[in-house]
Design a protein around this ligand. Structure first.
Ligand code: NAP
Length: 484
């Protein structure tokens, strides 16, 4: 299969924070891939901006080095890299000051769509939005992209929304959750709404429960300071896992338009029942053979921040009454795995009473990483003579095998940046969506803080604290193993 590349309109893209980690690792290499694929018009302009003083030539050298570091040699032919670097300029601006903005204004073309990518600390979002407006750099057609974290709680998220909405309309604001740019995550929508096979079964009558797991094998060493202020709930559940939950649980939108899709996602968040503390397990990894403890990694021996969380959620609506959703995410777990497992109920009547022992039942497993793909677990007859014995097989599809590696290896940032340029907000969070997710998360965080709860300790390389296994066992269910 060959990827269809639809070139975008001419654009001027300004990246604030262009010398930072995210820009060097993801945004600029992603843009280079799109340039190579022929999606970028030949007169596209990419303007890097940061506090550091440097000439455009120096910035091109920096970007060339970043691409050399983060793009495989066979994917960066020198002539194409040189041509891409020619598209780059640099303007030095301290976002909190008033110099440099006029220089930026001069580089931008009057009739070209302007996109401002704020790859900087959220503390600077308001200052940059304001200056883009007061220096008349932002036009009614401009777009502004903001990175996570979008707030620390409902109040701070509201403040960020207010700061942005003072100068930009909601239709101009693109709040990134890079999980939504993953191929498999978008495939969730295709799977559910472009097939007639699953939708009739997609409800509490047929689905026993849903498990969403995002497990990391590494700890937080190196970014402990940031992580300890946040924890698994704020860093992962309120945003990434919530987005996955929404795509699994939402009603079919009437159209595939940004607001139809996002309206349905907001309804899911608003339908979530409050989660009592007894249905939440928080953990912290302890010292292992090859790692320090969480306390050492964050250099805070009294930390009560969780590096692991598991919880049981219920969605209070007709479709999902009595079908729990189990969410689990953490650091230093057995393997690096992200998946959604939809576990179906047993058939209503069993005609093989003695043949089903140990059978786990039908499940649809959607793998986000590694090896993006879909597995359908089905029961079949064990082959061979000797009567009717049943066994389970996995109908397994790896997207890379089925569609080719080139088509499936696109990074989320590549897709998302091009969506912004095209003006498609479907894969970006709307302001009310982020606020609804914080309104759901805040009372839980307040409850465990008020209770003075300490996270349970777990062994690095394990599946998290025992209590997380019990959370599932209480309902007579089991987590899928993390990794093989
Ligand atoms: P970073 O490495 O610390 O880079 C920050 C960038 O902001 C630098 O280019 C820095 O420029 C610039 N900057 C700082 N203060 C400035 C000011 N007053 N005026 C203008 N520019 C200023 O941060 P990062 O890791 O790239 O993260 C950027 C944003 O993306 C953050 O919101 C972060 O939460 C989010 N994010 C990052 C990742 C990731 O993997 N890194 C993942 C998801 C989300 P100078 O060097 O010139 O000071």
């Amino acid at each position: 299969m060959v990827a269809r590349v639809i070139p975008v309109e001419p654009f001027d893209l300004v990246i604030f924070g262009a010398t930072g980690d995210l820009a060097r690792r993801k945004i600029l290499p992603g843009l280079f891939h799109r340039f190579r694929a022929g999606q970028m018009p030949s007169d596209a302009k990419i303007i890097g901006s940061a506090r550091s003083e440097m000439e455009s030539a120096e910035f091109r050298t920096l970007v060339g080095a970043a691409i050399a570091e983060f793009v495989a040699p066979d994917l960066r032919p020198q002539d194409q890299l040189d041509a891409f670097l020619q598209r780059l300029d640099y303007v030095h601006i301290d976002a909190t000051g008033d110099t440099g903005w006029d220089a930026l204004q001069k580089i931008l073309r009057p009739d070209t769509i302007r996109t401002f990518y704020l790859s900087v600390s959220p503390a600077l979002f308001g200052a940059i939005a304001e200056r883009l407006s007061t220096h008349a750099i932002a036009t009614p057609q401009s777009r502004i992209v903001v990175e996570k974290p979008f707030g620390h709680d409902l109040e701070s998220a509201r403040a960020l929304n207010r700061d942005l909405l003072r100068h930009f309309d909601e239709a101009q604001i693109y709040r990134i959750d890079h999980y939504l740019g993953k191929e498999t995550v978008q495939n969730l929508m295709a799977l559910r709404f472009a097939n007639s096979l699953f939708e009739p079964l997609w409800n509490a009558t047929h689905i026993d429960h849903v498990q969403i797991t995002v497990a990391e094998s590494l700890g937080v060493a190196g970014r402990g300071g940031y992580y300890d202020q946040s924890g698994a709930m704020r860093d992962m559940v309120q945003n990434h896992l919530m987005q996955l939950l929404c795509l699994i649980a939402m009603e079919p939108p009437s159209k595939f338009t940004p607001n139809s899709v996002r309206d349905e996602k907001v309804k899911v968040i608003e339908a979530l029942d409050p989660v009592p503390l007894r249905d939440i397990v928080r953990g912290q990894y302890r010292t292992g053979r090859d790692n320090q403890s969480y306390f050492d990694d964050v250099e805070n021996p009294d930390s009560r921040t969780e590096s692991f969380i598991a919880m049981k959620l219920t969605v209070g609506n007709w479709r999902w009454a009595n079908t729990p959703f189990y969410l689990r995410t953490g650091k230093h777990l057995r393997d690096r795995v992200s998946e959604i497992a939809v576990i179906f109920k047993d058939p209503p009547h069993n005609i093989f009473p003695n043949k089903m022992e140990g059978r786990k039942g039908n499940a649809l497993i959607i793998r986000l990483q590694p090896d993006e793909g879909i597995t359908l677990r089905t029961t079949i007859k064990e082959p061979g003579p000797g009567g009717m014995r049943l066994t389970e097989v996995a109908m397994d599809m790896s997207f890379a095998d089925a569609l080719g590696k080139d088509l499936t290896s696109q990074d989320a940032y590549e897709r998302l940046v091009m969506d912004v340029i095209r003006g498609d907000q479907t894969l970006f969070m709307r302001g009310d969506e982020v606020e609804a997710a914080w309104a759901w998360a805040d009372p839980m965080i307040a409850a465990w803080e008020e209770a003075g709860q300490r996270p349970m300790l777990y062994d690095p390389g394990s599946s998290g604290p025992e209590e997380a296994l019990m959370l599932m066992h209480q309902g007579g269910r089991r987590w899928r193993p993390i990794g093989d």
